[in-house]
Design a protein around this ligand. Structure first.
Ligand SMILES: C[S@@+](CC[C@H](N)C(=O)[O-])C[C@H]1O[C@@H](n2cnc3c(N)ncnc32)[C@H](O)[C@@H]1O
Length: 337
């Protein structure tokens, strides 16, 4: 055993060596801003794919990045745990945002994100009228909707926000049970369909408006229930979308996320613009905890070929103080202990 390992320094020295190189520091800075495909990192750095892949491998081996393979695609993001992960977050905190190389990378990242957003918007626009048909690729909608209604049914729904409402189906299902319901979507075409559907259903307590799920146009703590139904697999940054949804929940307010379990239908990405081929139960649960929510239930609805997962999480009571347990994040009211 080397002296470094004996002193418990091996892991941190490996991490420091890995980070101490300009291209790798740029990759770390980019991956700190979200989950990025290797092709996107290659485009931003302007280096060859083999060279970028070598850097990425070294950063993963050193515990600074995580690699996520999905079919033919590989994504990278900052590692969530470990000494290297903690160290890299500190280092990035010291790097000036005005650094010319990093600012240029950020401009390129913004352009890539914008182009991706435009492609998705064009896709949704072209498919607005056919969306209901595309939804039928997974298990019967009525089963998912019944499970969701059941999951939320133990308490009044109150004020509901449906993020990425699309053609407004969640408003049709949950709107009648809510005091008020608002659906947000980035696509005008989807909203046009949603408007006519909620009008046809006579849902006077429901309205829809155009907005971005990463910048919800509401103050903190405005809603009792937020739903994100079949939206996250399109998200550039699912963690940020969940954090923003959690922000607008009242104390004890509930977040219901519905999406696919991990699957291998690559055609959903190539033909239907899905960014992620489903999510592991733990992955979404961890994002909810990171957003300060307590995960209440995770329900799996197996289907062929796609399984649908439902996550129910809740904001703690206003007077709750977190008992910090990094793995399960249990919250208790003050005075319970
Ligand atoms: C698969 S559809 C789901 C629609 C609806 N929730 C449903 O289940 O029928 C995904 C929706 O998310 C919307 N969306 C994607 N990115 C968004 C964003 N950044 N902000 C708001 N809506 C977004 C799309 O426009 C699209 O209508």
């Amino acid at each position: 055993m080397s002296e470094a390992d004996e002193n418990g320094m091996g892991e941190i020295l490996t991490a420091m060596r890995a980070a101490a190189e300009p291209s790798r520091l740029r990759l770390l800075s980019l991956c700190a801003q979200g989950t990025l495909a290797v092709s996107e990192l290659v485009e931003i750095l302007g280096q060859s794919q083999p060279s970028v892949s070598r850097h990425l491998k070294l950063l993963c081996d050193a515990g600074l990045l995580e690699r996520i393979r999905e079919g033919a695609w590989v994504f990278y993001r900052l590692a969530a745990h470990g000494a290297g992960s903690a160290m890299v977050r500190q280092i990035l905190g010291l790097v000036s945002a005005a650094d010319p190389v990093l600012s240029r990378d950020n401009v390129r990242l913004a352009a890539i994100r914008q182009a991706r957003g435009q492609a998705a918007a064009a896709y949704f626009g072209a498919n607005a009228a056919h969306w209901a048909e595309l939804r039928s690729l997974h298990i019967a909608e009525k089963d998912v909707e019944a499970a969701l209604t059941d999951l939320l049914g133990d308490r009044p729904i109150g004020d509901l926000l449906d993020v990425g409402t699309g053609t407004g189906r969640m408003l049709e299902v949950l709107g009648p049970l809510a005091s008020s319901a608002e659906g947000l979507d980035a696509s005008r075409e989807m909203l046009a369909v949603a408007r006519s559907r909620i009008e046809a259903a006579g849902l006077r307590n429901c309205l829809v408006r155009q907005a971005d799920m990463y910048h919800l146009p509401f103050d903190d703590g405005r809603f009792d229930v937020v739903t994100i139904h079949q939206v996250l697999h399109f998200a550039e940054d699912a963690t940020a979308a969940i954090a923003e949804a959690a922000r607008v929940l009242r104390p004890l307010g509930r977040l219901a996320v519905v999406d696919f379990a991990p699957h291998g239908l690559e055609s959903l990405r190539s033909e239907h613009n899905h960014r992620r081929l489903g999510f592991a139960a733990d992955e979404v649960a961890a994002w909810c905890r990171q957003a300060g929510l307590t995960v209440r239930r995770i329900l799996s609805l197996p289907g062929d070929p796609l399984t649908v997962t439902l996550w129910l999480a809740a904001r703690p009571a206003a007077d709750a103080s977190p008992i910090f347990d990094p793995s399960i994040a249990i919250y208790a009211r003050k005075g319970d202990a």
